[in-house]
Design a protein around this ligand. Structure first.
Ligand SMILES: [Zn+2]
Length: 201
C-alpha cells in the first residue's frame, strides 16, 4: 500500500524548501499529510511511514505536540526563505524554531552514495518524535548558512509562488515546474499575442 502524498509535488530540490511549500494555502497540516511528505521525500521508509501513521490513534497527545512543532517550523521557514529570496536580512528570533530542533535532535552525518556521487545525510537519533524534523531543520540551516548566495527562488506565477532552489546552470529558472506554471505562462502569452493581433487588424 502506498501512503498519502504525491512525490510529483516535490519540485524544490531541497528538503526544507519542499517542506515550506507543503500545502501553502492551508493553515493546518494533518499528521497523515506530514507523514506522507516524509515518505515521499525519503526521510523515512514507507514501512516506517505506515507505523508513524498509526501513532495518531495510539499516541494522539505525542502526535499533537509534534504537529504543533511542524506547523511552527513551516511558518518559520516560509518567513525566513521569503527574506532569503529577497536578499533581506531577518532578525535572529526568526531562526529560533530551527535552532530548537537542532538542539533537541542528536544525530550524525553519514556519507551515502547517490546516482554515482556522494552526499552527506543526516542520521537523527530516533528518540521522541522531534527527530522527524531533524533533517528538515538541518536542510534549512544549510540554506541559511549559504546566505545571499543561496539560489532560493519563488515561482514567477503570482498564483503559485512555490519556493525552489535554482540548480540550473544559467540560474534563470523561473517556474516551479515547466509542465505546470511554465506552460500556463506560455499559453497565456500566446493567447495575449493572438488577441493583440486580432485587435490590431
Ligand atoms: Zn508554479
Amino acid at each position: 500500500m502506498r501512503i498519502a502524498g504525491d512525490s510529483s509535488k516535490l519540485i524544490a530540490g531541497r528538503l526544507a524548501l519542499d517542506f515550506a511549500n507543503l500545502i501553502p494555502e492551508a493553515h493546518d497540516l494533518s499528521w497523515q499529510e506530514f507523514v506522507g511528505f516524509l515518505v515521499n521525500s525519503e526521510v523515512v521508509s514507507e514501512e516506517r511511514g505506515m507505523r508513524l501513521e498509526g501513532l495518531e490513534r495510539s499516541e494522539p497527545a505525542a502526535v499533537d505536540a509534534v504537529l504543533l512543532k511542524v506547523l511552527r517550523l513551516r511558518e518559520c521557514l516560509r518567513a525566513v526563505f521569503s527574506a532569503v529570496e529577497q536578499q533581506r536580512e531577518f532578525p535572529k528570533a526568526w531562526v529560533a524554531p530551527i535552532n530548537e530542533i537542532l538542539r533537541i535532535t542528536e544525530g550524525h552525518d553519514e556519507l551515502v552514495p547517490q546516482e554515482g556521487r556522494w552526499r552527506l545525510e543526516f542520521i537523527g537519533r530516533e528518540s521522541g518524535l522531534e527527530w522527524l524534523l531533524a533533517a528538515i531543520a538541518r536542510s534549512a540551516a544549510e540554506l541559511i548558512v549559504e546566505g545571499p548566495m543561496a539560489r532560493v527562488k519563488r515561482c514567477s506565477n503570482p498564483g503559485c509562488r512555490l519556493f525552489f532552489y535554482d540548480d540550473s546552470r544559467t540560474r534563470q529558472r523561473r517556474w516551479c515546474s515547466m509542465a505546470v506554471c511554465g506552460n500556463r505562462h506560455k499559453v497565456a502569452a500566446f493567447l495575449r499575442r493572438k488577441s493583440g493581433r486580432r485587435a490590431a487588424s
